[in-house]
Design a binder for this molecule. Structure first.
Ligand code: NAP
Length: 270
């Protein structure tokens, strides 16, 4: 029996790469995105159902889940992947910027999860893969809102295991480092520091340094990590991926809070 995966944010980056990988592995794929009209490659693949879903629009979530179940019968795996990043000083962030960051990365993930859970609960089976980040384990400068959403996803996922594992549902966290996707090329909202005193020099230095961060082009390894999390049948929770992730997590393990902050501040010019 073919398995079915439901992916959010499948228009580009990790979501799109994961959709192609699951298809190659002979899964049914429900590839959801905000603007499916622009998609041609995925919709041409047999067994891939491309449909509209904006994680901030509950009606679109309900419609996409119902359409996916109608098409393939059931959803075995949910990949909560949709997300974007904001950069700037917290004090300069408008209420709209703050709320939008959480609406998409966090509340959107909750709404999609809640829409998928009844089917998984009824069948006493399922896996939910939440795409977090190395930024769900540690913080970079001038990225507080983004990290807050990813730390929130980590806490939510870790806690959910206790109520969902007994119902046959597994929880997973995929934690990529820096990759060259639309996330970096256009997806980031650099709202900056406004006209506030005190931040500009450090923010400019940070921007210069972060643009030199060695980004990996190997998006396929993130798709592989998502696939492994979805299909390995274990209770393993975290799947860190990327060479920078490995180095950062190792440094975080070895250093105390102050030593780690000092190292990051030095590397990122703040
Ligand atoms: P990406 O290429 O920009 O993909 C992000 C996807 O999320 C796009 O399909 C985008 O759709 C979608 N999205 C944004 N807002 C949405 C909304 N309201 N409703 C539904 N979909 C929405 O970037 P990516 O790197 O693949 O990012 C995927 C995930 O990985 C994100 O959660 C991100 O935080 C995480 N991540 C990325 C990196 C990295 O370095 N790239 C590192 C760690 C974690 P549109 O095409 O419509 O904008």
């Amino acid at each position: 029996m073919k398995k079915t995966v439901f992916i959010t944010g499948a228009s580009s980056g990790f979501g799109r790469e994961a959709a192609k990988l699951f298809h190659q592995k002979d899964w049914n794929v429900i590839a959801t995105m905000r603007r499916p009209g622009k998609e041609t490659e995925l919709s041409a693949l047999g067994g891939v159902h491309v449909t509209r879903l904006d994680v901030t629009d509950k009606t679109s979530i309900a419609t996409a889940v119902a359409a996916g179940i109608r098409q393939f019968g059931a959803i075995d795996v949910l990949v909560n992947n949709a997300g974007f990043g904001t950069l700037g000083a917290l004090e300069a962030a408008s209420e709209e910027v703050i709320r939008q960051q959480f609406e998409v990365n966090f509340f959107g993930l909750i709404e999609v999860t809640k829409a998928i859970l009844p089917g998984m609960r009824a069948r006493k089976a399922g896996t939910i893969v939440n795409v977090s980040s190395v930024g769900g384990r540690l913080g970079f400068p001038f990225s507080s809102l983004y990290h807050a959403t990813k730390f929130a996803i980590e806490g939510l996922t870790e806690s959910l295991q206790y109520e969902l594992n007994p119902l046959g549902i597994r929880l997973k966290l995929v934690e990529p480092g820096g990759y060259k996707t639309n996330f970096i090329d256009g997806g980031l909202n650099f709202y900056g520091v406004g006209d506030l005193d005190g931040y500009q020099v450090a923010y400019d230095r940070f921007q210069e340094k972060i643009q030199q961060w060695p980004l990996s082009e190997n998006i396929g390894e993130v798709a592989e990590a998502i696939y492994e999390a979805a299909s390995d049948g274990t209770d393993k929770l975290r799947y860190p991926v990327g060479h920078d992730t490995a180095q950062l997590l190792e440094a975080r393990r070895q250093m105390d809070d102050v030593a780690f902050k000092t190292m990051m501040a030095g590397q990122l010019g703040v």
